[in-house]
Design a protein around this ligand. Structure first.
Ligand SMILES: NC(=O)c1ccc[n+]([C@@H]2O[C@H](COP(=O)([O-])OP(=O)(O)OC[C@H]3O[C@@H](n4cnc5c(N)ncnc54)[C@H](O)[C@@H]3O)[C@@H](O)[C@H]2O)c1
Length: 386
């Protein structure tokens, strides 16, 4: 059994609790922590309620089951969830205290971006596995310290980028890595979101450089930009413009960037939280190669001037890449559990999420200097650290 502690008991934490409660044979939540004690107390109650709700679901399934085998399976899960609801959940107000809890084997970090590194490194040094909310950290200095802490303590470390755990994303990755699109020429990602001022006013850390560590590009754009960079490869240079048009915030609410990848392809990143909805998908990735083009989100598809090739490639990918058993964040949390049990790397490693931070820091550097920013950002570069 993996015993988990949740650090940070705000908006996203109930999703983590709910997902873990779906794997009650493998995971038990045993501790919660927030610097605001009432929030941690509230999540302790939510842990209990969530297990009891799961138990009710299994009772219903037991009643509706059509075979004895199913009845026995659901009755057992009902009992496991009822037992899980009775397990003591300890409340902490300091992550340093939670990571000392000997019952805890793994932690989920659900604090704001500026507060990811300290609990992550403390947990790693205490030998606990870490599932961290994204983005990994606000700069490369912190991200590299977290990656190093995971490696030196030999713990499993993953950062929430569930967008990669999706059949379309996986088919795109395979097509590109196997060279099926031919040489990659261009790729673009659009993150066109709309957020009112009330969103930014809902938390003191939101919209600030110190708290959110970036705006539409770094924070809101991170899922699509991470997926895009995972597919496209290493960036060698970026030139960007950005502005804050519609919100009273420090960070940008609109940015446009032009990239050159190491393999020669051109790229484009557009990110906004001022984009009124209704005319285009809120997130979109399209990649164009010499032989074929692929769209990844919102819908997976392959196109080519050679229609037979497109059809054949589509069929090949559908045959080779099966629907993952669990998608998105559920899939990633299940993979984290399996990585611990099987003592293997998680599907998404700390190292693999680093480019999202590096390229966004490069975008901010280019805006600050008015010049293209070269990658990689070296440790002596002011944009590597804070
Ligand atoms: N809310 C969402 O829908 C959502 C979705 C996806 C990802 N995320 C990510 O999850 C993370 C948290 O977001 P949120 O919306 O839950 O934020 P939030 O502000 O609602 O909650 C964060 C909580 O962390 C606590 N906290 C801060 N520092 C702490 C520390 N050192 N130790 C313990 N607790 C501490 C705060 O008191 C607060 O209760 C962010 O990285 C965010 O990007 C949130």
């Amino acid at each position: 059994m993996i015993n988990v502690g949740i650090i940070g008991c705000g908006g996203i934490s109930p999703s983590h609790i709910n997902i873990y409660s779906g794997f009650p044979e493998e995971v038990q939540i045993v501790a919660v922590c927030d610097i605001v004690k009432e929030r941690a107390e509230n999540r302790k109650q939510i842990v209990r309620d969530t297990y009891l709700n799961r138990a009710k679901e299994y009772q219903k399934r037991t009643e509706e089951a059509t075979s004895q085998e199913e009845k026995d399976k659901y009755a057992e899960l009902d009992q496991i969830c009822q037992n899980a609801a009775e397990v003591e959940v300890k409340v902490y107000t300091s992550h340093d205290e939670l990571v000392k809890d000997e019952r805890v084997n793994a932690v989920n970090i659900c604090t704001p971006p500026f507060a990811h590194p300290a609990p992550m490194i403390a947990a790693a040094n205490a030998g606990k596995h870490v599932f961290c909310e994204g983005p990994i950290a606000g700069d490369l200095k912190q991200a590299d310290a977290m990656i190093a802490a995971a490696r030196s303590n030999n713990i499993k470390f993953t950062v929430q980028y569930g967008t990669r755990i999706n059949r379309g994303s996986m088919m795109a990755k395979k097509a590109i890595d196997d060279g099926k699109l031919g040489k990659i020429l261009m790729g673009k990602v659009d993150v066109m979101w709309y957020r009112g001022q009330s969103y930014y006013d809902s938390g003191a850390w939101r919209g600030t450089w110190a708290g959110e560590r970036g705006g539409a590009t770094f924070h809101h754009g991170r899922y699509a930009i991470d997926l895009y960079l995972w597919l496209m490869g290493e960036v060698s240079e970026v030139y960007a413009q950005m502005d804050t048009f519609t919100h009273k915030i420090e960070v940008e609410d609109c940015s446009m960037s032009v990239l050159r990848f190491k393999h020669g392809a051109l790229g484009q990143i557009t990110a906004s939280t001022s984009a009124h909805p209704g005319i285009a998908p809120s997130q979109q990735i399209e990649i164009f190669g010499e032989k074929a083009a692929i769209s990844v989100i919102p819908n997976w598809n392959i196109g080519s001037s050679d229609e037979n090739y497109a059809e054949q490639l589509k069929q090949e990918l559908e045959d080779d890449v099966k629907e993952p058993p669990y998608n998105a964040m559920v899939g990633q949390m299940k993979d984290f559990i399996d990585a611990i049990v099987e003592d293997r790397e998680p599907y998404i490693t700390g190292e693999s999420v680093r480019p999202q931070v590096e390229v966004t820091r490069g975008i901010y550097k280019s805006v600050a200097t008015g010049q293209p920013a070269k990658m990689p950002l070296k440790p002596y570069d002011p944009f590597y650290g804070d």
